[in-house]
Ligand binder design. Structure first.
Ligand code: NAP
Length: 458
């Protein structure tokens, strides 16, 4: 009888790839996790219990066929593992790095529920695709038939890129417009290099380009080209502009210098990593070096800000969150990484106002949300990471949207109120906002769009 290659979770313990020491990783913006060696990836993949109804897959926004690519990895059939993985995912190596697996696939792994520690799905996914790149298995889209229909996609973030990829695979002509100078959206300018090194994103953009996707960068639809003109250029439009409008905090002192939006801070830091000239970094405005820093918020953006501040050389970094650790939206893995790197968390702490010296912020008044007691924290740099809403002003009055600016789509689908215009990613009001959910929604929009195009041709 053939040896059973899987279900090894009883004999083999969960083992994540090694993590660089905190004292070393504080000094740079490189990723912190090492890659599995081949034998380790095979061993860890073999722990999968190959469930008949795989909850890892059903809880993946892309419905990735995880049990099958784990089995292929465990049995040394890595190229097939890659083929299965990429069939549903435009960028598996990115998801392997930044998905909150603890809440999605790994969080629903059955062996975890039986106390054995989840299969390390994200790390194996990263290993498979990094190897595929090294081996030359990652190839640009090569559609069997070129189609005449043309789709314009606004937004080159994960939702737009996934939609572009799926449409190109089907032979549709695709142009992606983005107001930034590089494609990738928050993958490029939001998420720091220590979670996702930038060459990983850039090579994906290049691959899409090689596969026939046209990028029109530095093009802000609504300013550089009107939405109406864009519609005239294409048979259909997909809007995937994400959520970029930062929420603000009112209260005394809230307009002081030194209080900055998280997205501006992270974008400046990522631009520096690309080697760009960034005036507001160089003049200290968007630079944490030498400052006592406070970050407000308990989401993943706040985690990115605190860990970026550490790497920039802040003298101290505190994160204020109004609820407790168990109820924060940010990933627990990131909190642990931040604590190791020297970040101090103040739980149950809500900002009440800001102290200033001249025009500059010098502190924040904090109210304990349990006891109601108040105290002050000194700071010279304060980053607000309290969430975002969409900026859909370029289509206001043309497409139905709610009061916050989220585009209204047919329930469970991506049709907007205007025929031939679709929405993908966070620009629709989704409960869960991740690169992978945006990618899932991008794929769904591509399918709706492709079907709609076919109906027009019929
Ligand atoms: P978020 O998850 O909505 O977090 C915003 C935080 O701000 C929440 O903790 C919220 O507190 C707090 N907040 C809101 N209003 C506040 C106020 N008036 N006073 C004090 N605190 C306030 O937003 P985000 O961190 O920008 O993340 C957005 C999405 O992007 C999330 O799904 C996140 O996981 C994702 N993301 C992913 C990555 C990645 O690497 N995978 C990186 C960045 C972001 P409450 O919790 O109490 O509401």
């Amino acid at each position: 009888m053939a040896k059973q290659p899987m279900l090894k979770f009883v004999q083999i313990e969960r083992d994540m790839p090694a993590k660089r020491d905190a004292s070393e990783r504080r000094e740079d913006f490189h990723e912190i996790y090492a890659e599995y060696a081949k034998a380790k990836a095979e061993e860890q993949a073999s722990r999968c219990s190959q469930c008949g109804v795989p909850y890892c897959q059903s809880h993946c926004p892309l419905q990735n066929n995880i049990p099958d690519w784990l089995r292929m990895t465990a049995t040394g059939r890595l190229q097939e593992a890659y083929e299965i993985s990429q069939a549903t995912n435009t960028f598996p190596e990115i998801c392997g790095r930044i998905c909150p697996q603890d809440r999605l696939c790994e969080g629903n792994c059955v062996i975890e529920q039986s106390g054995h520690g989840t299969v390390t799905i994200g790390s194996v996914e990263k290993y498979i695709t990094d190897t595929a790149w090294e081996e030359g298995w990652v190839q640009p889209a090569a559609p069997a038939v070129e189609r005449a229909e043309s789709v314009g996609i606004i937004g080159a973030g994960p939702g737009g890129l996934a939609a572009a990829d799926m449409l190109r695979r089907a032979g549709v002509q695709v142009t992606v417009y983005d107001r930034y100078d590089r494609a990738g959206g928050l993958l490029t300018y939001g998420i720091p290099g220590f979670k996702l090194e930038k060459d990983v994103v850039m090579r994906r953009n290049e691959l899409l380009e090689k596969g026939g996707v046209t990028f029109v960068l530095n093009c802000n639809i609504g300013e550089d080209m009107s939405f109406d003109d864009l519609r005239k250029k294409h048979d259909a439009i997909i809007i995937a502009t994400g959520v970029y409008k930062s929420r603000d905090l009112g209260g005394p002192g809230s307009g002081a210098d030194g209080i900055e939006k998280a997205i501006d801070f992270l974008t400046a830091s990522n631009r520096k990593s690309f080697g760009d000239a960034v005036e507001d970094f160089d003049n200290g405005r968007l630079n944490a070096a030498g400052k006592k820093v406070v970050v407000i918020g308990g989401g993943d953006t706040a985690m990115d800000c605190v860990r970026t501040s550490i790497r920039q050389g802040a003298t101290s970094v505190k994160c204020l969150y109004r609820r407790d650790r168990a109820n924060m939206p940010g990933s627990q893995r990131e909190v642990a990484n931040a604590e190791e790197e020297g970040v101090v968390f103040e739980w149950l702490s809500a900002p009440k106002g800001f102290a200033t010296k001249g025009d500059k912020v010098s502190g924040v008044r904090v109210r304990h949300t349990g006891t109601g007691e108040e105290h002050d924290i000194e700071c010279a740099g304060l980053f607000l990471a309290i969430g975002h809403t969409p900026n859909t002003s370029q289509v206001k009055g043309q497409l139905d949207m709610d009061d916050a600016g989220y585009l209204i789509t047919t329930p469970g689908r991506s049709f907007t109120s205007v025929e031939g215009v679709f929405a993908a990613g966070d620009v629709q009001d989704t409960v869960y906002r991740q690169a992978i959910t945006a990618a899932g929604s991008g794929c769904a929009a591509a399918m709706d769009c492709e079907k709609w195009l076919e109906e027009q041709d019929a």
